[in-house]
Design a protein around this ligand. Structure first.
Ligand code: IMP
Ligand code: MG
Length: 177
């Protein structure tokens, strides 16, 4: 596979995260908000989205590894790094880069719900349409995209290309002529 066309530009991401940040600012006014990002993919969304939320929030990170292929999740998730913070009675917003099968997030949601947060919602920059294998209620959606493999803006292929400022589609080399 090789890098194909740009799907979401740097400007589109910046603009969308501005409006999403404003919405979150309104919704969580006066609440004890904790943003939780899933490493490593969501590190960039976390940095940019949090800067668009005008509230005294906290941030925390989890690292998970899902068994399976590089471009497909198995739904079996292992927690590599848990939260540093207690989340009981706090308003938790999970910040995700992309929702594909939804299996990783479904696992995380259940895991965090056991700890009895005051609320638990999800903000995702990208949601692949129509391929979720479990129903996932995403409160804040950046962009709905086709179910292709994408890279950039935190998203990787074999650990690389996370540093691209935009999101691009990976294509088969034969597609390029
Ligand atoms: P899910 O469990 O299938 O929803 O996918 C979970 C994780 O797989 C995401 O948080 C990403 O880290 C990774 N992932 C899913 N789709 C893509 C993609 O198109 N490009 C890069 N990583 C992806
Ligand atoms: Mg990944």
């Amino acid at each position: 596979m090789e890098v194909g066309p740009v799907l979401v530009t740097e400007d589109q991401i910046a603009e969308r995260l501005r409006t999403m940040g404003a919405e979150i600012t309104r919704d969580y006014e006066g609440k004890d908000l904790l943003l939780v990002a899933v490493l490593k993919g969501a590190f960039m969304v976390m940095a940019d989205l949090s800067r668009n939320i005008e509230l005294p929030l906290d941030i925390d990170f989890m690292a998970v590894s899902s068994y399976g292929h590089a471009t497909q999740t198995s739904g079996v998730v292992r927690i590599l790094k848990d939260l540093d913070s207690e989340i009981a009675d706090r308003h938790v917003l999970i910040v995700e880069d992309i929702i594909d099968s939804g299996l990783t997030l479904d696992y995380l949601r259940r895991n965090l719900l056991v700890r009895q947060p005051a609320s638990l919602e999800i903000a995702a920059l990208l949601v692949k349409t129509g391929i979720q294998r479990v129903p996932i209620d995403v409160r804040y959606v950046g962009f709905e995209i086709p179910p292709d493999f994408v890279i950039g803006y935190g998203l990787d292929l074999y650990g690389k290309m996370r540093n691209l400022p935009h999101v691009a589609v990976m294509v088969e080399e034969s597609d390029q002529e």
